[in-house]
Design a protein around this ligand. Structure first.
Ligand code: NZQ
Ligand code: ZN
Length: 385
């Protein structure tokens, strides 16, 4: 196992009817900005519950954070916070609202043009406003990590940033808040959490037994949860498990002390920036080909994944690896998620565009060995056609 430091200060408040606890979680004298997305926080009644729990505190609202939150939109929130001298942020939504809130938290006191935060991937953040979250969509893990992803619409750039100052102070996870999610978002959440786990697990062995077993447990939980979740019959325990798995998949625990990949995510971000395809759906396009193209480097872990996650024990090594990749693709497809670029009417010309974006953003040596060069990414994308 590699050396590591593990730090995660986010308090999790988990369970049904927990939004009322905001009354104690948010400082009594705070001047609060509630940030949310399009309409769901309002139509589901969650926003009203949040406001009721905040009682007599000074509260303002910022609505309209889009999926794949944009720098352009979030800068309006930054100006509002500065103008009104608000001092506490509360995100009510999914990964996009939480990521956007993290950016605002870091940008408000930033000395300089806030896009520099994204260009430096968060290394230059010196202060951040405190914030909490009310999670309504289990998927990204943003509710318990220090990362965020922001898109600049004008330039089609989608960059991620990290800084320990943007861990949420607390996150409220009420599984019953997921009942209003459309099927496509449930599918996205399962796929995103699955790929987060894979990116930290399916690399090469470093004798990290608990991390491996933990990751395999999360993958198997997702496989077990998926059919019930996709049936869209509201089931509290099913949603509770989905919500907690998605959080655990990217809160730092399974990634501590092990090599990490993230090539699929970096390529996926460019696909979203260029073509607007949902984050999780881009991952399902890329991951099966990454596993195939990187099969030599990932051989030992692919065999372990095949046996322990999919119970594939028959056949030669190549056959077992092939079968594990097929099962992975079929899993995404069982969620109604396409796994081929051509199914989005994307062809060779899109590969050139994606490669150009990766090159422009310095994404030319990806993966746990930094050996996913542009040339190899070309092969990955060609296999994804
Ligand atoms: O905008 P509203 O009307 O609220 O609708 C949202 C949105 O359209 C809807 N929704 C959310 N909760 C709902 C609901 N609809 C009904 N009932 C509810 N309870 O769902 C739609 C999608 O929401 P979004 O927040 O965009 O989805 P997700 O949580 O999948 O977040 C995706 C974003 O997170 C980033 C992605 O790149 C993408 O920008 N990621 C963030 C990460 C992180 N911070 O660690 C890691 C991930 O790998 C990912 O990159
Ligand atoms: Zn993701």
């Amino acid at each position: 196992m590699r050396n590591f430091e593990f730090y995660n200060p986010t308090k999790i408040v988990f369970g049904a009817n927990t939004i009322a606890k905001l009354a104690d979680l948010v400082p009594a004298t705070a001047k609060v900005l509630i940030l949310y997305g399009g309409n769901s926080a309002k139509t589901t009644g969650t926003l009203d519950e949040v406001k009721a729990a905040l009682g007599t505190r000074v509260v303002m609202e910022f609505a309209g954070i889009e999926p794949n939150p944009s720098y352009e939109t979030m800068m309006q929130a930054v100006e509002l916070v500065r103008r009104e001298k608000l001092d506490f942020l509360l995100a009510v939504g999914g990964g996009s609202v939480i990521d956007g809130t993290k950016f605002v938290a870091a940008a408000v006191g930033f000395d300089g043009e806030p896009w520099e935060i994204m260009q430096k991937r968060g290394r230059n953040v010196k202060s951040a406003l405190p914030f909490g979250t009310v999670l309504t969509l289990p998927a990204t893990g943003s509710e318990m990590n220090s990362g965020g992803v922001i898109m600049r619409k004008s330039t089609h750039e989608k960059f991620s940033f990290m800084n320990r100052l943007v861990f949420p102070q607390f996150s409220i996870l009420d599984p019953s808040k997921t009942y209003t999610l459309p099927k496509t978002q449930i599918a996205n959440g399962i796929a995103d959490a699955f790929v987060h786990t894979i990116e930290q697990y399916l690399t090469f062995p470093v004798q990290a037994l608990p991390q491996d077993r933990f990751a395999e447990g999360l993958l198997q939980s997702l496989i077990e949860i998926a059919p019930q979740a996709m049936s869209m019959e509201p089931d509290y325990d099913n949603r509770a498990n989905l919500m907690w798995v998605a959080t655990l998949a990217l809160n730092g625990l399974i990634g501590a002390g092990v090599p990490q990949d993230w090539a699929t995510h970096m390529i996926g971000h460019e696909i979203t920036a260029l073509y607007g395809i949902d984050h999780a759906r881009t991952l399902a396009l890329v991951l099966p080909s990454v596993l195939n193209v990187q099969r030599e480097q990932k051989r030992a872990k692919l065999l372990q994944y095949a046996e322990r996650v999919w119970h594939i024990t028959d056949g030669s090594e190549e056959q077992r690896i092939d079968a594990a990749i097929v099962r992975t693709r079929e899993f995404f497809e069982s969620l109604g998620i396409k796994t081929r670029l051509s199914e989005y009417q994307l062809g060779e010309e899109s590969i050139l565009a994606i490669l150009a974006q990766l090159e422009a953003h310095g994404m030319t040596a990806l993966g746990e060995h930094q050996d996913v060069t542009l040339e190899r990414t070309r092969v990955i994308l060609q296999q994804a056609l």
